[in-house]
Write a protein that binds this ligand. Structure first.
Ligand SMILES: Cc1ncc(COP(=O)(O)O)c(C=O)c1O
Length: 364
């Protein structure tokens, strides 16, 4: 039975690369997939061991996260950013994509008079999708100072993402928090790439206080645990409390063994330092290769994506060329908004040997 006049999901961005995949795979050595930002490096052995030894399989896990998981998150924020966040203002989520996409619907329950989600014009597509799935208006902004006052009045939330996916920029988080407070709009700060900040120290929006802001953190990138689905959120106590209560009713909870593994991962920083080295080395190597191939490419200020402009402005053509000649799958910038349509995004989520293979193919 088909729906009538209902919403039809658009093609999933990465499925649109399916036509290019055979060309990349035809190369000796196969395709080098640099499209989705999915980690390829192993998580620490102690984290993997925690998945099978926690004893947390039988009972229902706490939706808000175990004391140990939340304590590990609070302690990590203290170590990494120098912020002192109360345990009561910190809670677990099942990876952060479900939180990102689900937040507008929950915020709308809380404030039915508002209906607009403001999100960066070049960004991770889930900010817009969360608005669409909640029946809200999704309004992209390029510059906070230029947000239409009518949109600000109607805003349920404003998303920021620093370091940013895909462009690797670092935002002025204190300015975003101040904008939100001035307009009475909660600022949701997606900080999943904070550990991979290359220009200066990492920052969280919580450094300027908890009032009116929410920081969202993922274990996926930090600890190579995208398959485990663990993250957390922290910030404005009243907002966190509301989210915790709604999410309990909705049955949203990371599995018990996952919570144990996430705590173990957050308690350790050594593996993150090692991962930082890997990403930085790959970013530097591939930026050099692309620049030598006539595609000027700079290192981002944060994150693990390169974001070069297609030399003739045609990002789909560059995506096709990299697949055909380099055997590499990358993402055309329009996946991240029309304003990004002249760029491609290249995730350095393959070992150096695989990137060297792409380099040899491009130079042959
Ligand atoms: C900016 C941004 N936010 C959130 C996520 C979601 O991460 P996860 O659901 O694995 O926590 C991603 C994943 O690519 C991302 O790039």
């Amino acid at each position: 039975m088909s729906g009538e006049g209902g919403w039809v999901p658009p093609p999933y961005p990465y499925d649109r690369l399916d036509d290019l995949r055979p060309q990349a795979e035809a190369h000796d050595g196969g395709a080098v997939d640099l499209s989705i930002g999915t980690p390829c490096d192993p998580p620490p052995p102690a984290v993997v061991a925690a998945l099978s030894t926690s004893g947390a399989e039988r009972g229902y896990p706490p939706s808000i996260g175990s004391q140990r998981f939340r304590r590990a998150a609070v302690d990590w924020m203290g170590r990494r950013f120098g912020v002192d966040v109360p345990l009561a203002a910190t809670a677990a989520c099942v990876g952060t994509k479900e939180l990102v996409v689900g937040l507008p619907a929950v915020l709308r329950l809380r404030t039915p008079s508002k209906d607009t989600v403001l999100y960066p014009a070049i960004s991770y597509p889930s900010y817009e999708m969360g608005a669409v799935l909640a029946g809200c208006r999704a309004v992209a902004y390029a510059d906070l100072a230029a947000v239409d006052p009518g949109d600000a009045d109607r805003a349920l939330c404003l998303w920021v993402n620093s370091p940013g996916n895909p462009a690797g920029q670092l935002d002025d988080l204190p300015a975003a928090a101040a904008w939100g407070r001035a307009h009475g709009v909660p600022v949701l700060s997606d900080e999943c790439y904070a550990e991979f900040t290359w220009d200066g120290l990492p920052h969280t929006i919580l450094e300027g206080g908890l009032d009116g802001v929410l920081a969202v953190h993922s274990l996926s990138k930090r600890s190579n645990l995208a398959g485990v689905r663990a993250g957390f959120y922290a910030g404005d106590p009243a907002l966190v409390q509301y989210l915790m209560e709604v999410r309990k009713h909705a049955g949203l909870m990371p599995p018990g063994p996952v919570q144990a593994a996430a705590a173990t991962a957050l308690e350790d920083d050594v593996h993150v330092d090692e991962q930082r080295e890997r990403y930085l080395q790959r970013l530097q190597f591939l930026a050099g290769v692309l620049t030598d191939a006539g595609i000027p490419t700079t290192i981002p200020r944060g994150g693990f994506y390169l974001w070069p402009e297609a030399p003739d402005g045609d990002a789909w053509a560059l995506t096709g060329l990299l697949a055909a000649k380099g055997g590499a799958l990358v993402s055309p910038g329009e996946f991240y908004g029309q304003s990004g349509a002249g760029h491609v995004r290249i995730a350095v989520v393959q070992p150096l040997e695989r990137l060297e293979l792409v380099a040899r193919r491009l130079s042959s």
